[in-house]
Design a protein around this ligand. Structure first.
Ligand code: NAG
Ligand code: NAG
Ligand code: NAG
Ligand code: NAG
Ligand code: NAG
Ligand code: NAG
Ligand code: NAG
Ligand code: NAG
Ligand code: NAG
Ligand code: NAG
Length: 411
């Protein structure tokens, strides 16, 4: 032991039993504990202090126990660090604080509670770390509206390179679980997420992950229950591999939405989804764009098992707005669905409407077998697919331009 320094941070409210222990290049944080009169001490300062002292060429250990997170965390200058979390991080119930202070991620007005960035970072949870977002408060106050400004994403990887995130469990997340932005070579494995409302209000926009302006991302071994897109690639995502994922109550595997701002092209390329299970979800293997600019190219959806999915396969060039459904020039090409089996909730397996101005090219389906849960055969609706006849898509009719993403019954 080269040198040991005990740094006791006295909490204003409460018996200060906690300590940030700095031992060489390792910082160990223990929780401040539970306060009186419902006022729990805030663990954020000592956690941020650990990042400051050990965030470069170091190790940050959060011990077992309950850490109260009362403030935003911006830890973006990390280098060669291992962050090892054994306990629970619980984000505070002070909605007004978060609305005012969440950190902007510059995407669509969104913001985050924790922004993590830098190079060569391991964020390890050992299957023990629990991130509790206190989300029920957000679900109740948002009343089925999902995009309140300031409602924070739990964890954002921001200008991060060479990162491993592994073994973390999320419960009742505030908003999206994770966001990967301006990042490269990111591996996120063995993650368990569940946002389930216990009131009449839904968990709208509790996405599992969204990637944006990022490349070389590996996602594997996830179990997600959430109220929106489960795994989603937004603009400028390339070389993404997703495997061994189970999604419930969600949009499951999704490209988009992209192309919302015509002045900014969005490109999504080289995405491979493999071995995905979609249960009781709105969609399963789908693509949504606005009629903006950019392209979607070389996407594979392979080995999907689906059950009771409202509309398993869906492609639209005019999501949410039904604007420019046939004039969009955002090209969608080389999309393959292979080994997709299971049941649709209604009598529609696929709704694919491509823009007349830029028909979809290189679409193919192999061994795709979707039947309505109630029996009978499913409709496969197709419009403006180049070489439709040889695509393997078992089209049964045309797909109207404004065909909806959300189905509520047989059509
Ligand atoms: C990375 O940090 C560890 C300490 O956690 C140190 O032993 C190692 O030398 C560092 N690596 C580099 C390349 O600096
Ligand atoms: C990618 O990141 C991992 C850490 O997750 C690292 O081991 C690997 O060397 C990185 N790859 C490249 C090409 O830098
Ligand atoms: C998610 O959490 C809800 C509420 O606690 C629970 O009923 C449900 O079984 C959980 N889902 C999974 C897949 O564990
Ligand atoms: C794609 O990502 C994988 C895994 O991160 C990496 O090994 C590979 O080199 C990347 N390929 C390209 C073409 O960037
Ligand atoms: C995924 O889980 C399987 C089964 O538990 C395990 O063998 C595999 O190593 C895991 N993959 C990763 C990348 O952790
Ligand atoms: C997927 O799961 C299988 C079976 O558990 C495992 O062998 C494989 O390594 C996993 N794939 C990844 C990328 O972790
Ligand atoms: C697919 O992923 C599941 C976990 O979601 C795993 O149990 C299964 O072994 C994987 N199958 C293959 C062929 O990797
Ligand atoms: C995507 O990348 C292109 C080309 O690099 C760039 O012009 C565009 O602004 C990016 N889009 C977004 C939304 O950042
Ligand atoms: C398509 O994407 C896959 C990865 O999903 C990659 O291996 C392949 O090289 C890409 N094809 C082209 C033509 O870029
Ligand atoms: C589709 O399933 C068949 C049979 O299980 C398998 O041999 C093939 O590799 C799968 N295709 C892909 C692209 O995973």
């Amino acid at each position: 032991m080269r040198f040991t320094q005990f740094l006791r941070l006295l909490a204003i409210a409460g018996p200060a039993l906690a300590a940030l222990e700095v031992d060489g290049d390792a910082c160990t944080v223990t929780p401040l504990g539970t306060g009186t009169n419902g006022k729990d001490p805030d663990d954020t300062p000592q956690i941020l202090s650990a990042f400051k002292q050990c965030g470069k060429n170091g190790r940050i250990v959060l011990t077992e126990g309950l850490f109260h997170i009362g403030q935003v965390m911006k830890t973006t200058d990390l280098a060669n660090v291992s962050i090892e979390i054994h306990g629970t991080l619980k984000w505070s119930a002070d909605i007004q604080y978060w609305l005012r202070n969440s950190l902007s991620v510059t995407y669509a007005g969104r913001s985050t509670a924790w922004m993590l960035g830098g190079n060569d970072i391991k964020l390890l949870g050992f299957g023990k770390a629990l991130f509790d977002g206190n989300g029920q408060l957000w679900y109740d106050q948002n009343r089925n509206q999902g995009n309140q400004n300031g409602r924070p994403i739990s964890l954002t990887l921001w200008h991060a390179r060479n990162v491993l995130v592994d073994g973390i469990t999320w419960r009742q997340v505030q908003f999206w679980h994770t966001f990967v932005a301006y990042s490269q070579n990111i591996t996120m494995t063995n993650l368990d997420m569940n946002a389930t409302s216990n009131s009449q209000w839904k968990t709208v926009n509790t996405d599992g992950v969204d990637t944006w302006n990022s490349k070389d991302v590996v996602i594997a071994n996830w179990t997600v229950t959430c109220g929106d897109d489960c795994i989603s690639m937004k603009g400028n995502s390339t070389n993404i591999s997703v495997s061994n994922v189970t999604c419930r109550e969600s949009g499951c595997a999704c490209i988009g939405s992209i192309g919302s701002q015509p002045s900014q092209p969005d490109y999504v390329e080289n995405v491979y989804f493999d071995n995905v299970t979609c249960k009781h979800s709105s969609n399963a293997a789908w693509i949504k764009t606005y009629s903006g600019t950019g392209h979607v190219r070389n996407i594979t959806f392979a080995n999907f098992r689906i059950s009771e999915v409202d509309q398993p396969i869906y492609v639209t060039p005019c999501i949410y707005s039904a604007n420019g459904c046939d004039s969009s020039r955002l090209a969608i090409s080389d999309v393959r669905w292979v080994n997709i089996t299971g049941t649709s909730r209604y009598n529609v397996a696929a709704g694919i409407h491509c823009s007349a101005a830029a028909p979809c090219k290189g679409f193919s389906m192999e061994n795709v077998n979707i039947t309505p849960a109630a029996g009978g055969s499913a409709k496969w609706l197709c419009s403006n697919i180049q070489n439709q006849g040889s695509s393997g898509i078992p089209c049964t009719g045309t797909c109207p331009a404004d065909w909806p993403q959300q189905l509520k019954g047989n059509r």
